[in-house]
Design a protein around this ligand. Structure first.
Ligand SMILES: [Zn+2]
Length: 478
């Protein structure tokens, strides 16, 4: 049953409709489908379609250039989230008062100083692009040894520069990671540089030229062991070449998780926290004519918008008994890096995080699942059941997706926490749509009313845990 001063819902009690305004601190009537109690409304009123649109249309704007980890645009996005936390009244003290949980990581810049490529007669080969430089200067004159990059690479016997055709079907950062992996094998076999042949009309050469000087995290694009130079297929036939490549420029740069705290009121329960999180990074941009920006509106500007909105909503409520943490991560797309870093150097004891509600892709409902949320790793804990008990009477169901709940449990930042024993799940209200990880993941393709409703549902669903009236437990799996 609903307890005294409870923002909770419980099924089967009287409806709010027709009641006089219920004041906070009195046993309240309970909403039916889609209606909120008066006390819930204080928070819910913060989560409007207008505010959701305002937030996500900035985060997923072209000006933020796809929020690649470590980029200037990512840092602007992180500063924006921090300023929203500050504005909501969250405390930044867990991160030196400035909301940033910082890790220094090397960023690599491909040098723009001349890279010289010429044939044996010193005639310059005009068309080429430097995809990556190596850690040392390369100065080479000699043969190009052909390698077949489509089959297993040789383990030894390569010395000097090797050349082969790019044969992968992968695109963007995945292609680049694959090439980076190849360079490690080739270096072990003795190669000093790779001439990577592409079709003569490929846009990749131009792309790589424009990538130059853009700092990138090595982890995001793979670590290149030797320089990689893109050349047209025709240039691969030069038997002998002269090649000069300066060394890559490496500098330490700050990677920023953003963290804000709403401290609980209860002397004991305030030591425990509920963590709301989402990843701020996405895939960046490829500098091509036309739209090359991976806006990442659904993935995961939608989750970040939810975190910011939930902070606004909870901050307006009478202060909960448990503490609430709001956080965004860097480096999710490169392998959950920001959350892994956080759990190694946690600003809050991990065994005092009662639940991690990680939010991923809530802007585009699957057919038949409008205003519904599925939770990953459903079998691992009863968090979904606990939250659904509160959110369902409000009209937002939290359910186990027959396919994605199991499939995607380890695919987002919740997994970094789950591995440390925290009850941690991702909440999604969408599908793996055709714009997933494409440049068309734009905010104007989202269903803002659905997304707004989902954020409201997450808010209502989390209230019992925040106010200490419910505690999720791990599932006893036999
Ligand atoms: Zn994502």
């Amino acid at each position: 049953m609903v307890r005294y001063f409870s923002p909770l819902l419980s099924a089967g009690v009287v409806m709010l409709i027709g009641c006089p305004v219920a004041s906070y601190g009195r046993q309240e009537a309970v909403s039916t489908q889609g209606q909120a109690t008066q006390s819930q409304k204080v928070g819910l009123d913060e989560i409007t379609e207008g505010r959701v649109t305002a937030t996500i249309s900035f985060l997923a704007s072209d000006e933020l250039a796809g929020r690649a980890t470590g980029s200037d645009e990512f840092n602007i996005a992180a500063r924006y989230v921090a300023s929203r936390f500050r504005g909501a009244g969250l405390d930044g003290k867990l991160a030196d008062g400035d909301y940033f949980h910082v890790t220094m990581k090397p960023m690599v810049k491909t040098p723009s100083t001349p890279v010289r490529l010429a044939d044996a007669e010193s005639k310059p080969i005009a068309q080429f692009g430097l995809l990556a430089a190596g850690s040392e200067i390369l100065n080479y004159t000699g043969m190009v040894k052909p390698v077949d990059l489509a089959s297993e690479l040789p383990g030894s016997g390569l010395d000097g520069v090797v050349g082969g055709m790019l044969t992968t079907n992968l695109k963007g950062s995945r292609m680049i990671s694959q090439v980076a992996r190849m360079t490690n094998t080739l270096q072990e076999a003795g190669a000093k540089a790779l001439l990577l042949g592409v079709s003569d009309d490929s846009e990749l050469i131009q792309t790589s030229r424009e990538y130059q000087e853009k700092p990138r995290s090595e982890s995001a694009r793979g670590k290149f062991a030797i320089p990689v130079i893109l050349v047209p297929e025709s240039a691969l036939s030069s038997a002998s070449i002269q090649l000069e490549v300066p060394a890559a420029i490496v500098s330490e740069s700050p990677m920023r998780n953003v963290i804000g705290l709403l401290e609980g009121t209860d002397p004991e329960l305030s030591k425990e926290a509920v963590l709301f999180s989402a990843h701020l990074d996405h895939l960046g941009a490829k500098p091509i004519a036309g739209d090359g920006i991976f806006n990442g509106a659904d993935d995961d500007a939608s989750g970040v918008t939810a975190v910011v909105m939930l902070a606004d909503a909870f901050a307006k409520m009478p202060r909960p008994k448990r503490s609430l943490l709001f956080m965004t991560f860097w480096g999710e797309e490169s392998g959950l890096l920001g959350s892994k870093q956080f759990v190694e150097t946690p600003a809050w004891p991990l065994d005092q995080i009662r639940a991690n509600v990680n939010i991923e892709m809530i802007g585009r409902p699957e057919s038949g699942a409008r205003n519904k949320i599925w939770m990953t790793g459903w079998q691992e804990s009863d968090l979904g059941v606990v939250m659904n008990k509160a959110s369902l009477p409000f009209g937002v169901e939290i359910f186990e997706h027959p396919k994605f709940s199991a499939m995607l449990y380890r695919q987002s930042d919740n997994w970094s926490f789950a591995q440390k024993g925290v009850i941690a799940h991702s909440f999604s209200a969408g599908s793996l749509h055709s714009d997933y990880h494409q440049v068309d993941d734009e905010w104007d393709r989202l269903e803002i009313p659905h997304m707004t409703r989902v954020i409201q549902g997450l808010f209502i669903g989390s209230l019992p845990i925040a106010y200490g009236e419910a505690t999720p437990n791990k599932q006893n799996k036999n």
